[in-house]
Design a binder for this molecule. Structure first.
Ligand code: ADP
Ligand code: GN1
Ligand code: MG
Length: 367
């Protein structure tokens, strides 16, 4: 595909590229991502991304967050004399007018950033050593941002992982029943509502400050980390949701995809089982980095955070299904319902493994 509109958009950025092709890329649920291949063959390639401004209502603020975050990490890497810095932190290209995005005539927001070549994106990790490295990378990312004042960053999506407000949205979706789908899904709805009190404890802890707010990634799905060909982690990507949050959400969200032997939208619920070796490797890797800065109340909630994120995500998918599929990209009719059922089944699996998960956290803290 070489749509002239895309080439025109790229030409509004402050960089001269000899474009070979522009093609759709990746499997994200929110933004539209395109790989901009350039000539000569060995010149760097770029990613052109349309930010979903219905979801990210303040793209300007979001891009400021990203610039603050990436500049902060880049400075640290450069000071430490790390090699190939552009492969270890995202490099965004400003527009010719100095903004960090370009608007098209329909009011969409487009960004351009360096494509990190020869990287591997893993949708389903099976090797514990990869999980260990991924966990260290997420822990290190939180550590790198720990000295950045939180009030520099805006909330790119207010109340993003706030269980209390997510639950309220869910209750509103049930009352509105916009797509007439409530009556057929009573059992699933009940299994989410029944857990409401237990699952909102992290947010209550943040509200009463027994749990700290930190700058966190907030979307630690495993395909948001780039590996090199030798399984070393290179770079954490998808920084749209970097903002104040809880370290628990990052840990729990990573295990939401990593600790599940099946994909997040697996229709065959019998395939959804707990991947203990991967969980164990992730807990060890994460705590090897994060033990130094986490407080005891966070460590005590790490295993629980995995159940929380499965619940939250199940509720978000079902909420979108009840609203008539307005938020997530879907591949087929009923996709969000399949996703929600898979997340709630995964939650049950985690509940069955609760004590083993807690024991692994305790052991990992001793190492
Ligand atoms: P979304 O928010 O829709 O998930 P991402 O920013 O995660 O979008 O990008 C989608 C996919 O594009 C990623 O999963 C990854 O495969 C690829 N990708 C994103 N950024 C880079 C990059 N800098 N270098 C290489 N690949 C990337
Ligand atoms: C979305 O953008 P992507 O595909 O990495 C979503 C996450 C969900 C995830 C579920 C901004 O992530 O919160 O956990 O889908 N991102 C946003 O797969 O809502
Ligand atoms: Mg992504």
């Amino acid at each position: 595909m070489n749509n002239p509109l895309f080439s025109e958009l790229v030409s509004d950025f402050d960089i001269n590229l000899n474009i070979k092709s522009i093609a759709s890329y990746g499997t994200g649920h929110i933004n539209d991502t395109f790989l901009v291949s350039t000539l000569p063959e060995d010149a760097p390639d770029y990613i052109l991304q349309r930010k979903n401004h219905k979801i990210f209502k303040d793209v300007e603020g979001m891009m400021k967050n990203i610039v603050i975050t990436t500049d902060h990490i880049r400075n640290k890497l450069e000071k430490a004399g790390v090699s190939e810095v552009n492969r270890k932190v995202m490099t965004y290209i400003p527009a010719k007018d100095g903004k960090m995005y370009v608007n098209d005539k329909d009011g969409n927001f487009w960004t351009l950033f360096l494509f990190i070549a020869d990287c591997v994106v893993v949708e389903n990790i099976q090797k514990p050593d990869q999980a260990y490295s991924a966990a260290r990378a997420f822990g290190h990312f939180q550590e790198q941002l720990s000295d950045l004042p939180g009030d520099l960053l805006i909330e790119t999506i207010p109340n993003f992982h706030n269980g209390l407000s997510r639950l309220k949205d869910f209750q509103t979706a049930i009352s509105n029943d916009a797509a007439g789908r409530v009556s057929d899904n009573q059992w699933l709805i009940k299994s989410i509502l029944d857990r409401g009190n237990e699952m909102t404890s992290i947010q209550r802890g943040l509200n009463d400050k027994t749990l700290p707010l930190r700058i966190t990634h907030n979307d630690t799905k495993i395909n948001n980390i780039l590996f090199d060909q030798d399984n070393n982690t290179l770079c954490i990507i998808d920084l749209d949701t970097v903002m104040p949050g809880s370290a628990l959400y990052d840990f729990g969200d990573a295990i939401r995809t990593l600790g599940n032997t099946a994909p997040e939208d697996e229709p065959d619920l019998s395939k959804i089982t707990f991947n203990k070796p991967i969980y164990e490797a992730f807990a060890k890797g994460y705590l090897s980095e994060a033990k130094s800065f986490l407080i005891q109340a966070e460590i005590d909630n790490l295993a629980f955070s995995c159940r929380y994120m499965a619940w939250e995500q199940g509720m978000r998918f079902l909420c979108d299904f009840l609203n008539g599929d307005t938020y997530y990209k879907t591949d087929y009719q009923g996709h969000n319902l399949v996703r929600a059922k898979a997340q709630i089944r995964y939650l049950e699996v985690l509940e069955e493994n609760r004590s083993v998960m807690e024991e692994i956290v305790r052991e990992s803290c001793l190492n």
